[in-house]
Design a protein around this ligand. Structure first.
Ligand SMILES: Nc1ncnc2c1ncn2[C@@H]1O[C@H](COP(=O)(O)OP(=O)(O)OP(=O)(O)O)[C@@H](O)[C@H]1O
Ligand SMILES: [Mg+2]
Length: 346
């Protein structure tokens, strides 16, 4: 089995199956083959930081990493830093100080996902990397976001957003701001209006001002966002992107992977890989317990894993098996799995 290297390689899957560990080891295996690799994590848990021994200062910055002589670059996504880079590149307003944008930029806030696409696009445009490996947060949220891209695109096309761009900024004349509020009242539905007036009460009277400003500055950054959204064509393409849907032999995890695949029928193209992590088969072959109850346990584990593999192979085009590494050290997990990737590499 040979896996051809692509410009983008995305690791997704449910919680704790080994996405970060596998993405890191894949990135190291590719870097060891002289590919110029950027490893990006949008995992808010930042486990990559510990794995690569990065400092707090590196958060949000592309950082050179040397792991046992293998050199690559890594980036722990930070919405604020991406916004700053975006402002510089596209000369757009610095969104980061607006409090609505701040809320949206929190993990699972919605903004985080679109910013990660903008970031990947900006890094791709530097032409400094042959491969960008992306480690995503657990669950289907990111995939749902990708699937919803057309809706986001239409947000930028809706005429009411155009109206906001005519409105004054916070420093504009009060009558202009009133006009903004009147337009909001006119354009948006009763339900949203109720929500806004409720929020105005429970937050403070400036809420609507901040809301108008957020819409305006997001709209002024339209070009950067649309470019990020355009990345979808590359991610959907078999020649440009490898999708690794990660799962493990632990109870129930495989069912979650099957469920996740159904979330992203557009993005996870036909030639994706199902990565089955923490397989015990290899280890079991060298284990000959004398006690009969342990022998029964061994047989039961073996049978369960065999059935799981058979089942997955009937549902996924390619199943890649990665062994459970018998160690407590996460670095050792990465180093061992890097060797496994090397055996697949091209
Ligand atoms: N093949 C393996 N053998 C043994 N341990 C592993 C293996 N792969 C991953 N692990 C360990 O499992 C734990 C979870 O791995 P990891 O953090 O990579 O998962 P994740 O899917 O990124 O988790 P999250 O969903 O929280 O982001 C870590 O302690 C990691 O070192
Ligand atoms: Mg992770």
């Amino acid at each position: 089995m040979t896996i051809f290297t692509k410009s983008f390689e995305i690791f997704c899957g449910t919680g704790g199956v080994g996405k970060t560990t596998l993405a890191t080891s894949r990135a190291l295996a590719l870097a060891a083959q002289e590919h110029r690799v950027l490893l990006i994590t949008i995992d808010p848990a930042r486990r990559l930081k510990d794995l690569l021994g990065l400092s707090n200062d590196s958060i949000g910055e592309v950082t050179a990493v040397d792991m046992n002589g293998i050199k690559l670059h890594a980036l722990l996504m930070s919405p604020e830093k991406t916004i700053q880079r975006m402002s510089k590149k596209y000369q757009t307003p610095d969104l980061a100080s607006n409090r609505i944008v701040k809320i949206l930029s929190k993990p699972y806030g919605g903004m985080n996902e679109i910013l990660s696409l903008v970031e990947v696009q900006m890094q791709f445009e530097t032409s400094q990397y042959d491969v960008i490996v992306l480690d995503t947060p657990p669950g289907a949220h990111f995939l749902d976001f990708l699937e919803g891209i057309s809706k986001i695109r239409s947000f930028f096309d809706q005429s009411f957003v155009e109206m906001f761009s005519y409105l004054g900024t916070k420093t504009a004349h009060a009558s202009k701001r009133m006009l903004g509020i009147r337009i909001i009242n006119k354009v948006i539905s009763g339900g949203v209006k109720k929500l806004l007036s409720y929020l105005q009460k429970v937050t403070d009277a400036k809420f609507i001002d901040d809301f108008i400003e957020a819409v305006q500055i997001i709209y002024q950054s339209k070009e950067a966002f649309l470019k990020g959204l355009n990345l979808q064509d590359r991610l959907k393409s078999n020649s440009e992107c490898n999708w690794f849907l990660v799962t493990s032999v632990e109870q129930g995890k495989a069912a979650e992977a099957v469920e996740m695949k159904s979330h992203a029928t557009h993005f996870i193209h036909q030639d994706h890989f199902l990565v089955l992590n923490k397989c015990l088969e290899q280890e079991m072959m060298n284990w000959f317990p004398e006690a009969s109850n342990l022998m029964a346990l061994k047989n039961s584990l073996e049978t369960r894993e065999k059935e799981l593999k058979k089942n997955l192979k009937s549902q996924f085009p390619v199943v890649l098996e990665f062994p459970e590494i018998m160690s407590k050290d996460p670095i050792e997990h990465v180093n061992n799995l890097t060797k496994k990737w090397a055996s697949y590499a091209k």
